[in-house]
Design a protein around this ligand. Structure first.
Ligand SMILES: C[S@@+](CC[C@H](N)C(=O)[O-])C[C@H]1O[C@@H](n2cnc3c(N)ncnc32)[C@H](O)[C@@H]1O
Length: 314
């Protein structure tokens, strides 16, 4: 299935694309947002596209061949700062878009190991050329860590039972296929919970393992910090997230850069604070029509902020 971009109009409107501006799509995927940005850019504009997945970059190179406005790089967005620095574009970025999570082609390709619906090797790496697979990770993780990952990143009520079942199953025979893992998770849940859930019983645990394996929250913190810094005055930061922990990191990063810290007992006198950002609008959610058209949009949340000129200290 092709990837249906989430909050497409709202996100690209929020970037306020200028014809000659320089924009970054840090999560190219299948280029839905990139295409809409390019439609609004003139001949002097530039789009820098990133994805850590080689298949996304291969798609991009094919789709934008001959378009001199486009530069593509297969990178983790945690390395965005060094890329932009090497291009001599520090503080010159007019808009940075980050659309988190996995794309539909990644989920649909059984060989990538993200899906509990179709059997495949238990991999789950967004960049299959680095790091370890989910199978290797599960072979070494201890029960306490696994419980914490499933509870915190999956917000799974039965994290303890599921982690115990995975560790026990692992001792019998290594978990190397997605369906093998999905079955262990399903069996670990109380039957009532298994049948009552509107989502597949393995959904939350698969999501949790994917987030841990790809260090998704750590790299998000990094790109938020670097991204705010690389923006030009009036440059826009637009982030679409799909998980409450991601959204919390986005909200906190924007707040830290926009609002002076309260005076505390340790430093009762307010220190000079130079806001780097101002918040733009409220949290944006997809409307019912978008959720009906594209169920993936249901959990999405978008936040927007704008870079301030340097001298706005308060
Ligand atoms: C939700 S999809 C983006 C879809 C895209 N906006 C579109 O319209 O097609 C997320 C993409 O970001 C990539 N990605 C996720 N985390 C990344 C990271 N840390 N660095 C680079 N790419 C990342 C994934 O490989 C995936 O292709």
């Amino acid at each position: 299935m092709d990837h249906v971009p989430v909050l497409l109009e709202a996100a690209v409107d929020a970037l306020r694309v200028r014809k000659d501006g320089i924009y970054i799509d840090a999560t190219y995927g299948r280029g839905g947002h990139s295409r809409a940005i390019l439609d609004r850019l003139g001949a002097a504009g530039r789009l820098i596209g990133l994805d850590q997945d080689p298949t996304a970059i291969a798609h991009a190179e094919q789709a934008h061949r001959g378009d001199e406005r486009v530069v593509m790089a297969q990178r983790n967005f945690s390395e965005l700062s060094s890329l932009i620095h090497s291009m001599g574009l520090d503080h010159q970025i007019d808009g940075l878009l980050i659309d988190l999570g996995v794309s539909s082609p990644q989920l649909d390709d059984a060989g990538r190991g993200f899906s509990f619906r179709t059997d495949g090797p238990l991999d789950m790496r967004m960049n299959p050329d680095t790091g370890i697979s989910a199978a290797e990770w599960l072979a070494h993780v201890d029960q306490a860590t696994l419980t914490r990952v499933i509870r915190d990143f999956g917000e799974e009520r039965y994290a303890g039972r599921i982690a115990r079942a995975i560790i026990e199953a692992q001792q019998h025979s290594p978990l190397v296929r997605t369906q093998q893992l999905a079955e262990v998770i399903e069996q670990a849940m109380p039957p009532a919970a298994r049948n009552a859930s509107a989502i597949h019983p393995a959904t939350r645990t698969f999501q949790a393992i994917r987030i841990a394996l790809n260090h998704e929250l750590d790299v998000l913190e990094q790109v938020l910090e670097d991204g705010i810094d690389m923006l030009a005055p009036a440059g826009r930061l637009v982030v679409i997230s799909f998980h409450s922990l991601e959204d919390r990191l986005v909200k906190q990063a924007i707040h830290r850069a926009a609002v002076p810290p309260p005076a505390s007992r340790r430093s009762p006198v307010a220190v000079k604070f130079s806001p780097q950002l101002k918040k733009i609008g409220k949290l944006v959610r997809p409307d019912d029509a978008e959720c009906a058209r594209n169920p993936r949009a249901r959990s999405s949340k978008m936040r927007v902020a704008e870079k301030l000129p340097r001298e706005q200290a308060v």
